[in-house]
Write a protein that binds this ligand. Structure first.
Ligand code: ADP
Ligand code: ZN
Length: 213
């Protein structure tokens, strides 16, 4: 079962993807994570994309399609979860071709619906564990009082360079201009399912589980 999690920055795609990995052994393919890894490891490509990402703009289709192509050849466990990809119509077309080449199909595109006001407060309050990537939120899921990650015990937490109001405004603009057309694209293919992304993490997970089962 291969699915796409679609939605604006801060909709909760990464949080839900991590749960699906834990609970169902699915494989999360997050182009945002892959690009941040490239940046942190100082590869040429990582250096090139760092500024684009910090501004909240999209990196080129060619780069992200290349990243996804490599991963599709690997193990997919209980299926792939595409998180933050595709983000343009060209990427969606490329994904269709790549899956077809691998003899794979896409079963559902889950659109996580949230309003902009919620996105701003979620994102500006967000931090993640430097060791395991567990996501925290200053308001709804604060870092434990003992300063240790509840998942792995790590003590270092990071905030993303693009999690500030200005970059977020740009990321939202990119989403509405370039990514939201995918809603119609997948609706027309009969694959689109909407979930209300404003509820508690467990509630949203329940809605997603109902779609997958
Ligand atoms: P978010 O969904 O919270 O904005 P991501 O971690 O998915 O964050 O992406 C962070 C940044 O990485 C994006 O703003 C963009 O610059 C780049 N990026 C990630 N995925 C893609 C993609 N599929 N196409 C183009 N750029 C991407
Ligand atoms: Zn951790």
């Amino acid at each position: 079962m291969n699915i796409i999690l679609l939605g604006p920055p801060g909709a909760g795609k990464g949080t839900q993807a991590r749960r699906l990995v834990e609970e169902r052994g699915m494989v999360q393919l997050s182009t945002g994570d892959m690009l941040r890894e490239a940046k942190d490891s100082g590869t040429e490509m990582g250096k090139r994309v760092a500024e684009v990402m910090a501004r909240g703009e999209l990196v080129t289709d060619e780069i992200v399609i290349g990243l996804i192509r490599e991963k599709l050849e690997g193990e997919n466990g209980g299926g792939f979860i595409f998180d933050g990809f595709p983000r343009t119509l060209a990427q969606a077309d490329a994904l269709g071709s790549l899956l077809a080449e691998e003899g794979q199909t896409l079963e559902a595109v889950i659109e996580m619906q949230v309003d902009d006001a919620a996105l701003v407060s979620r994102i500006t309050a967000r931090s993640t564990c430097g060791s395991c990537g567990e996501v925290y939120n200053d308001v709804t899921k604060p870092i434990p009082a003992d300063g240790k990650c509840s998942n792995c015990g790590g003590t270092e937490f990071k905030r993303r360079a693009d999690d500030n109001e200005e970059s977020l405004r740009q990321r939202l603009m990119e989403y509405y201009k370039k990514t939201s057309p995918l809603i119609g694209y997948y609706y027309a293919k009969g694959l689109l399912k909407g979930v209300d992304g404003l509820g508690e993490i467990d509630e949203v997970a329940g809605q997603i589980a109902a779609i997958i089962d």
